[in-house]
Design a protein around this ligand. Structure first.
Ligand SMILES: [Fe+2]
Length: 297
């Protein structure tokens, strides 16, 4: 090991959040690139804590993409109109408009969800980098709230766990858009017929096993899960509502207050998340990369 590496190793630390999930990682300069040891450190912390926060980073879009490619294989978003120019794997999450046009997705995460669950192969991890963070009276706005799907599953009564094991549920992008529209929250351009055809409903297990840690977690969300396969409509909806209320309890949450330069990675197999829209027209901009995952089992 070189001296530089050992100095860097000594500065590295994992500081768990005061929450059941989440940890801050120190001693990392992501722009400079991560060696194998640093990458193993990041992956291990991610799998232990489900949400990792690396503060005070200074990343160009290309450097964020390089980092995302070290974590896994980034997805090229089907919302190409909101990609960072020259970086098809990076999407802009923003409420900013330029020349009357939205520069990014303005309504991401208004309902509890996991990224890409409406796809056959959902995003396993998400990398989100804070660039412009609104604040009011010195307090940051636009928090992201995470809820542990694994803790929630483990906290269910035995009878409820037995009841849901083996069930499958439908995840629907179109249904999600309709839910947002019904709440008056839809701010993005409507899907084209071609995009709709490319996003048919999919079904996934209600309880998912993590491909790396082997831990089981709830895999139904308020945002995207439309129904339980094989259950009568009323019974399925009642079960979904019960599970959604359960996973959304504060006891399972970590709430992240953003600062510019925060680089966050979360594990979509272990957590659900929600965006807090409390900043009105104050400008906000983040860059997001989704990392491809396997078919959920
Ligand atoms: Fe999301």
């Amino acid at each position: 090991m070189t001296q530089t590496a050992s100095v860097a190793d000594a500065r590295r630390a994992v500081i768990p959040m005061d929450a059941p999930i989440g940890a801050e990682l120190t001693g990392l300069d992501v722009a400079a690139g991560l060696d194998d040891a640093a990458l193993a450190f990041v992956r291990d912390a991610l799998h232990r804590h489900a949400v990792i926060v690396i503060r005070d980073q200074h990343l160009t879009p290309a450097q964020q993409t390089t980092f995302a490619k070290q974590i896994g294989e980034p997805r090229v978003s089907f919302y190409n109109r909101y990609a960072v120019p020259g970086q098809p794997e990076l999407s802009i999450v923003s409420n900013i408009t330029e020349n009357g046009e939205a520069i990014g997705i303005a309504d991401a995460g208004m309902l509890w969800h996991t990224d890409g669950s409406y796809l056959k192969t959902p995003d396993l991890y998400t990398v989100l980098y804070g660039i412009q963070i609104p604040e009011r009276d010195g307090r940051a706005l636009g928090d992201t709230v995470f809820a542990s799907a694994t803790h929630a599953y483990e906290a269910l009564p035995d009878a409820e766990r037995a009841r849901i094991d083996g069930l499958r549920a439908i995840h629907s992008f179109e249904r999600h858009i309709e839910k947002k529209r019904a709440k008056g929250q839809l701010k993005r351009a409507p899907l084209s017929a071609e995009q709709k055809a490319a996003l048919p409903d999919v079904d996934h297990p209600v309880v998912r096993t993590h491909p790396v840690t082997g831990r089981r977690g709830l895999f139904v969300t308020e945002g995207h899960t439309a129904e339980i396969v094989g259950l009568p409509e009323g019974e399925g909806q009642a079960l979904l509502e019960r599970l959604n209320r359960h996973v959304q309890q504060p006891a399972f949450q970590y709430r992240h207050s953003w600062r510019p330069g925060d680089l966050i990675v979360w594990d979509n197999c272990a957590v659900q998340h929600l965006a807090v829209f409390d900043y009105g027209a104050l400008p906000r901009r983040l860059h997001r990369s989704g990392i491809l995952g396997p078919v959920p089992v």
